[in-house]
Design a protein around this ligand. Structure first.
Ligand code: CS2
Length: 510
C-alpha cells in the first residue's frame, strides 16, 4: 500500500512529475475560493501555482466548500496538495499543485468560513459555484427571492449558507472592523460575470443594510473573467492514473485537457497574484472573449449534450466520431461565430478549428450528462443570446433553433426507445409539468417551454421563422427519431443550396 500525497512526500515524487516551484508552506494565503470543485483545481489554482513559483507572494488559497465535506476531507490530509493530470493524444502529464492551503467545509465549520472571509490577509474572493448557485435573477439584475439560499440568508444573515449571504456577511464584518474589502472574482460561465455579481450582491445587501450596500457598490471591485478548460468530473480512473504516475494515493486528483485560457479584467485594488506568469491574459474588456467562449464552446457543448445523449452517445468525444453530429457541431460554431463583433486579437474561425480538435480529444471522457445539467441556467447565454443576435441581424438562425429543439426534446425525459433519463435542472418540476400537459405535440411543447419566465425573450419566441424552425425540428424528432433527424439535418447542410435560393434570409442553412 503506497502512502498518501503530502508535503513530506514531495521530495520523493518520481522524476517525471512536475511539482511546485516554491515551498508551499512558506507562503500565506491571500485568496478565499468558494466552490473547490474539479474546475477550480484544474484552472485558477493552477494559474496561482505558476504565479507563486514565478513571483512568490502571500497568495495561497483557502477553499470554502459550500455543501459537501468530501473535498475538505480529501485535500486537508494531503496538505492541500493534489495532482493535475493533463491528458492529450500523446498521453498524460502529472503535475502536483501546491497553491491550495486548506479547505473549510462551511457546512461543518461555518465560523471558520466567515473568519477566512473577514481576515485582513484575504484580498481576493474568487468563485466557481455554478450558474444556479448565485440566486440572481439575470433578467432583472436583482436577487431571486424564491431561491432557497437567498431566502434563507435574508432571513438569518449572520449565519449565511449561500453564496451572496457569505460574501455579504464577510464584507459586513470587514467594514465593521475597518478592514478594506476584498475583490470579488466570479469565475463562472456567465456573461459579464463580475457586473452581474455586483448587481446581485448590492441588491442582496440593500435588503439588509443600505449603508453596507452603498459601501459594497462603491468600494468593492468585481472584475469580469472568461475561464476555459475542459475538465471532466474526476472518477476512480482519475485517482488510479494519478496513483500510477505519482506513486502515492491522491484522493483529490483532477484531469483536464492540456489547453487552458483565462482572460481577466485587471481591477484588483488589493493586489493580485502574477497570474500572467501562468499564461493569463489581462484585458481592458473581457466581453468579446466571454461572448466567443460562451457562444462557441459552451453553446456547441449544449447542442452536443442534448442531441448526443438522445442519439445514444455518452461522451463529447463520441459525438465527434459521429459524422452527422460533428457536422452539426461545426455548423453551430460557424453560426455562433457570425454573431460576434469583430475584435482585435480574436479569430473565431481559428477558435472553431481548435474547438473541433479539443472536443475530439480521445483521452478526455467528458460526460454529456454533466454538460446537459441545468439547461435553463445555461441556454440564455449560450444559445438564446446568439439566436436573438442572429435574428436581428438576418444571420443563420437554424443552428440555434436546432439546438433548442434538441433541448426541448430532452426535456421530455425519455429517449426514442423509451429509456428514461432524469432532468437535472433547478426548474425540473416546472418543465415536467409543462411536458406532461403537452404530450407528444411539438407545438404544445414549444409553446409551453417557450413561456418559462425569463428564458426566451418575446422578440425571439414570437418570431414566426423561429417558431416554425424549432417546432419543425421537434416534430421531426418526435416522428422519425432524433438520430434520423440529425442525419437529415447534416445531409441538408452538406447539400449545395438549391438553384435560385436567395441569400440573406434569417433562417439560413449554413
Ligand atoms: C460545459 C463547461 O458543463 C458544461 O456545461 O460546457 O463546463 C465547459 O466544459 C467549460 O466551460 C470549458 O471551459
Amino acid at each position: 500500500m503506497s502512502g498518501r500525497l503530502s508535503l513530506d512526500g514531495l521530495a520523493k515524487l518520481p522524476a517525471g512529475v512536475a511539482r511546485p516551484g516554491y515551498a508551499p508552506a512558506r507562503h500565506g494565503a491571500g485568496i478565499v475560493h468558494l466552490g473547490v470543485g474539479a474546475f477550480h483545481r484544474a484552472h485558477q489554482a493552477v494559474y496561482t501555482d505558476a504565479a507563486l513559483a514565478a513571483a512568490g507572494g502571500e497568495w495561497r488559497i483557502d477553499g470554502i466548500a459550500l455543501r459537501s465535506t468530501r473535498i475538505a476531507d480529501a485535500l486537508n490530509p494531503q496538505d492541500g496538495l493534489y495532482t493535475l493530470l493533463e491528458r492529450g493524444e500523446n498521453g498524460a502529464a502529472a503535475r502536483v499543485i501546491g497553491s491550495i492551503r486548506r479547505v473549510i467545509a462551511a457546512a461543518r465549520d461555518p465560523q471558520a468560513a466567515l473568519a477566512a472571509l473577514a481576515a485582513p490577509e484575504t484580498r481576493i474572493v474568487s468563485l466557481t459555484v455554478t450558474e444556479k448557485a448565485y440566486g440572481i435573477d439575470r433578467a432583472r439584475g436583482a436577487v431571486a427571492l424564491d431561491h432557497p439560499a437567498i431566502a434563507a440568508d435574508l432571513a438569518s444573515p449572520r449565519r449565511p449558507q449561500g453564496v451572496l449571504g457569505l460574501l455579504c456577511e464577510g464584507l459586513r464584518l470587514r467594514r465593521e472592523r475597518g478592514v478594506a474589502p476584498f475583490t470579488v472574482l466570479c469565475c463562472d460561465n456567465l456573461p459579464d460575470n463580475g457586473g452581474l455579481l455586483r448587481l446581485g450582491l448590492v441588491d442582496f445587501a440593500a435588503r439588509l443594510d443600505s449603508a453596507l450596500a452603498q459601501w459594497i457598490g462603491s468600494r468593492v471591485a468585481f472584475p469580469s473573467t472568461m475561464v476555459d478548460r475542459i475538465t471532466p468530473a474526476p472518477t476512480e480512473e482519475t485517482r488510479l492514473l494519478a496513483r500510477r504516475l505519482i506513486g502515492l494515493v491522491d484522493l483529490a486528483a483532477v484531469e483536464a485537457e492540456p489547453f487552458a485560457q483565462w482572460v481577466i479584467e485587471d481591477d484588483f485594488p488589493g493586489g493580485r497574484p502574477a497570474w500572467e506568469q501562468g499564461g493569463a491574459i489581462f484585458a481592458a474588456d473581457v466581453a468579446p472573449f466571454e461572448a466567443m467562449k460562451l457562444r462557441m464552446l459552451n453553446g456547441s457543448h449544449s447542442l452536443m449534450a442534448y442531441a448526443g445523449l438522445l442519439c445514444g452517445h455518452r461522451h463529447v468525444r463520441d459525438v465527434m466520431r459521429d459524422a452527422a453530429l460533428a457536422r452539426l457541431v461545426r455548423r453551430h460554431l460557424g453560426a455562433a461565430a457570425a454573431t460576434l463583433d469583430p475584435t482585435r486579437g480574436i479569430d473565431p474561425d481559428r477558435y472553431a478549428e481548435a474547438l473541433m480538435r479539443r472536443f475530439a480529444n480521445p483521452a478526455i471522457a467528458h460526460e454529456l450528462a454533466q454538460i446537459a445539467m441545468d439547461g435553463t441556467e445555461k441556454l440564455p447565454q449560450r444559445i438564446v443570446a446568439p439566436a436573438l443576435h442572429a435574428l436581428t441581424h438576418g444571420q443563420p438562425l437554424r443552428p440555434f433553433a436546432f439546438a433548442v429543439a434538441a433541448w426541448m426534446r430532452f426535456c421530455l425525459g425519455r429517449g426514442d426507445d423509451g429509456t428514461r433519463h432524469d432532468l437535472h435542472d433547478p426548474r425540473a418540476e416546472t418543465i415536467a409539468a409543462v411536458v406532461r400537459g403537452a404530450g407528444d405535440d411539438a407545438r404544445a411543447i414549444f409553446r409551453g417551454l417557450s413561456a418559462l419566465p425569463g428564458l426566451f425573450p418575446p422578440r425571439l419566441a414570437q418570431d414566426a421563422g423561429w417558431q416554425e424552425a424549432v417546432e419543425g425540428v421537434l416534430a421531426r424528432m418526435l416522428e422519425r427519431g432524433v438520430a434520423e433527424t440529425v442525419r437529415a439535418e447534416a445531409a441538408q447542410d452538406e447539400a449545395p443550396p438549391p438553384a435560385g435560393a436567395s441569400g440573406g434570409q434569417a433562417i439560413g442553412r449554413r
